[in-house]
Ligand binder design. Structure first.
Ligand SMILES: [Zn+2]
Length: 104
C-alpha cells in the first residue's frame, strides 16, 4: 500500500488512440495496448517527468489531459500535473483516417 502502482498512463511512451478513446497506443512498442487494473507496464516503462512534459510542450506546443479530456498549454500544465493524467497526445492511426476519409 502507499505507493501507487506504475501504470502505462504514467509512461513517456503512452498515447490515447485518436479514434478509440478506450484504446491506448505505445509509441515505443508501436502497438495498441488495452489497459486494465491487472496490466503491468512492459520492461521499457519510463515514468514521464516534468522535464519530459516540458520538452514535449516545446516540440509540439501542447499536451493532452486525459482526466479533463482537453488539450492544455504550458500555462495550464501546473493545474493538471500531479492530479491528472497528462500525456503527449493522441495517436492517429493512418489506416483509420484513410477509412474515415473514404467514408466521407
Ligand atoms: Zn486536467
Amino acid at each position: 500500500m502507499g505507493k501507487p502502482a506504475t501504470n502505462c498512463r504514467n509512461c513517456l511512451f503512452f498515447k490515447v488512440h485518436d479514434s478509440y478513446e478506450y484504446l491506448e497506443y505505445c509509441i515505443n512498442l508501436r502497438e495498441v495496448v488495452v489497459l486494465s487494473d491487472e496490466k503491468t507496464p512492459c520492461p521499457q516503462f519510463k515514468e514521464v517527468t516534468f522535464e519530459d512534459l516540458k520538452e514535449i510542450l516545446s516540440n509540439e506546443g501542447f499536451l493532452y489531459c486525459v482526466s479533463c479530456g482537453e488539450y492544455i498549454h504550458f500555462e495550464e500544465l501546473e493545474k493538471h500535473l500531479g492530479k491528472h493524467t497528462v500525456i503527449r497526445g493522441h495517436f492517429v492511426d493512418d489506416v483509420t483516417s484513410e477509412e474515415s476519409s473514404v467514408a466521407d
